[in-house]
Design a protein around this ligand. Sequence first.
Ligand code: AVJ
Length: 315
Amino acid sequence: MTIPALLQLDLERALFEEDMVAGLSASPKATPPKWFYDAAGSALFAEITRLPEYYPTRTEMALLQDRAGEIAGAVGAERWVVEYGSGSAAKAVRLLKALDAPAGYLCVEIDPGAARATAAEVARAFPGLPVKGVAGDFTALEGELAAGVPPRLGFFPGSTIGNFAPDEAARLLADMRRHLGPGARLVLGADLIKDPATLEAAYDDAQGVTARFNLNLLARANRQLGADFDLDAFGHRAVWNAEAARIEMHLVSRRAQTVTFGSRAFAFAEGETIHTESSYKFDRARIEALAARGGWRVERFWTDADEAFSISLLG
Ligand code: AVJ
């Protein structure tokens, strides 16, 4: 079913409001990271990927370049490539270039602008290849998969898997296992555990781009929900939680304050935070355990020379 664009915007706004109300009512306050990615947030994320401190994007791109031939050899010919939200076409173009006679390309992006732009760029790079971009979260894909027949190759780059808590991540991989169908493979990009200083710098850059990305959540709530967040009254914090193996991003209330939107009011104590994102980091054993919970096996595992980032081939 196709939902008219205006209705879709209304629906998106309603879901955003629901998640913000639930997240700000919870204790401790926590909101889902998928709402970072409106047009402004997607542009800020693109800027993050070019920051000197943010190594994941360029490391994964180089790794893809170096290993594309091996990946292509392992997955075989005539695959439908199904990509889960990377925010840019660059990695898919690199993968598709290496693959033997890809059958088509489907991507799902939370930001409708990104879905359109990524699909358009892939279509431009591969004239004649069936290409489709879908706006929504990963669950929006289920109905679309009739478009491409097996064998499929899932492509989940960027360590977006790290945005999900372990149980959710296992469920997500199991969903992919199921809807990608028989004989599917999955190319999974995952950031690796390393020294905390490097990790924290990647999420708290000197230019303050990540801070703006984090604060954009509140700016978006002001724009889209009529909230009255004072952006100067919140600070950005990124901390490595070693026990949970994740970077956490928080927005810290600089003072006691009350924020309102609609008929609701949310009280903040001085120093209270909204936990806006977790970015889990991995090692080979953790990826193998997670893959197994999702019904996959790690067939190949590649890292760069510094072991900063990994690409796994799951089958
Ligand atoms: C897009 C989820 C992979 O966790 O590294 C970047 C998002 N957040 N800087 C990440 C992000 C802060 C990014 N992912």
